[in-house]
Design a protein around this ligand. Sequence first.
Ligand SMILES: [Zn+2]
Length: 182
Amino acid sequence: MLPSTAGIAWKLMHNCAATEEKIQRRGVHLASMCGVCKQQAENIHHLLWECPFAKGIWEWVASKFRFRGDMEDMQSAVNKAKGSSTLIHHMWIGAVVGGSVSIWFHRNKVFFEGDDPDPNFCKKYIHSQVLVARHSSNGFSRDHDDPVLRAWGVEGKRRKAPRMKECFWQLPREFQMKVAAV
Ligand SMILES: [Zn+2]
C-alpha cells in the first residue's frame, strides 16, 4: 500500500478528516447536507458507510470478491475476509482501505470542485489499490479463488507443494563450536 494512502486511511479511521460536522462544531456555519447524496447530514460515518453512493461502491467491491452482506463500518468490512486465503485477505484490505480513501477523495471533488458524483472515480482507485496489494502480498491463493482473481485481472500465487528432500546433519568436529550471532 502506498504510504500516502495508508496515512489518509488512518486519519479517516480516526475521524480526523475535516468533515462539515466538525467544521460546524468549531462555529463555522455551512450547509450540513451531504454533498454527494444531498439527502442526509454529513459526517464521516455517513460518508463512508451510510451514504447511498458509498453503499453502491461497497456492493460493487464485495460482489467482485464474492462476499455477501452489508458493511456497516470498517470492522465489519475487514471481517468479511475471515477464512479467506492470505492473498485474498491482503487484496481485500487493499480494497477496503482504498475504498475509504477514494470515497473521501471523491467527496472532496464534489465538495470543492463541484464535480458530479462518479462511481468510476472510486472504482478505478480501488482497482489500483487491489493491484498494489496483490503485488506486494507475500500471501498465497487457493484453487477456488480463481474467479475472484480473474475479476480483478490478476494471477494467483500458489504455495509450492511440499516435497521430501534428503538432508544430513553432521555433528560438529572436535574443537568446533557453534556461535550464534546476535
Ligand atoms: Zn450522502
